[in-house]
Write a protein that binds this ligand. Structure first.
Ligand code: HEC
Ligand code: HEC
Length: 180
């Protein structure tokens, strides 16, 4: 299942970061713990989720939000970030259940972020601290929620640092964030 893998992955960052930050400056090789990470998407994708929740954006990996956030979000699809994403009750129930079952449980994902946004999670902001509002507003990016603008394999639930692309038109000063 994906949850232990995601847990391992996040705890992996935590465990290796202090040890690698300094040597990293002098060393271009990514630490193994980050390089050979596993996809975050559950092994078996619910077809209804792919069908209903990936029409306007990525089918976000369920492990990126806690059950509470998914629950809350699924309860208000008629007012979904300024749009109406309503579904019939049976679909809501099926997708909700699957999201609950595959939600993030690791400590860092447990806290429900503001607005049920992955992009407002503390871990997200930490991972993207070298980027700022200018980047998210770039025409080729549009929003922090548009993961695939930079993460070439986001559709497969992969967010590895070596699978990044530098969005067109972005100021060169941000290049470092994409390279280290
Ligand atoms: C009609 C289009 C539409 C559909 C269908 C839709 N969404 Fe969204 N969703 C949006 C928009 C618009 C946003 C805000 C994106 C932004 O801020 O750039 C959003 C944002 C989100 C976010 C927060 C992203 C972040 O971290 O900022 C999550 C989580 C999400 N949607 C889950 C779902 C789920 C689950 C479903 C299926 C039940 C779904 N969406 C279906 C339009 C849609
Ligand atoms: C504008 C480009 C951009 C967008 C959009 C973006 N990211 Fe990232 N992301 C990056 C960069 C650059 C890094 C590497 C940061 C660093 O190492 O300094 C990163 C790092 C990450 C990491 C850590 C990877 C690792 O191996 O440590 C995760 C997980 C991640 N992003 C998830 C997401 C998700 C989920 C979304 C969408 C909700 C998203 N990102 C949107 C650019 C982006």
């Amino acid at each position: 299942m994906s949850l232990p893998r995601f847990a391992k992955r996040i705890s992996g960052w935590a465990a290796v970061l202090p040890a690698v930050l300094l040597p990293l400056a002098a060393c271009l090789t990514a630490p193994a713990a980050m390089a050979d990470s596993q996809p975050l998407q559950p092994r078996s994708m619910l077809p209804a989720y792919q069908q209903e929740c990936a029409a306007c954006h990525l089918a976000y990996p369920p492990g990126l939000l806690p059950a509470r956030s998914w629950n809350h979000l699924m309860g208000g699809l008629d007012r979904h970030y300024g749009t109406d994403a309503s579904l019939d009750p049976a679909a809501v129930q099926q997708i909700s259940q699957w999201l609950q079952a595959n939600a993030g449980t690791y400590k860092r994902v447990q806290e429900a972020p503001p607005e049920d946004r992955i992009t407002r999670s503390a871990w997200f902001q930490r991972k993207h601290r070298e980027l700022d509002a200018t980047v998210w507003r770039q025409a080729s990016v549009k929003s922090a929620a548009n993961c695939a603008a930079c993460h070439t394999r986001a559709e497969q639930g992969r967010f590895d640092e070596d699978e990044l692309r530098f969005p067109a038109g972005l100021d060169a000063r941000y290049r470092r964030a994409f390279q280290d």
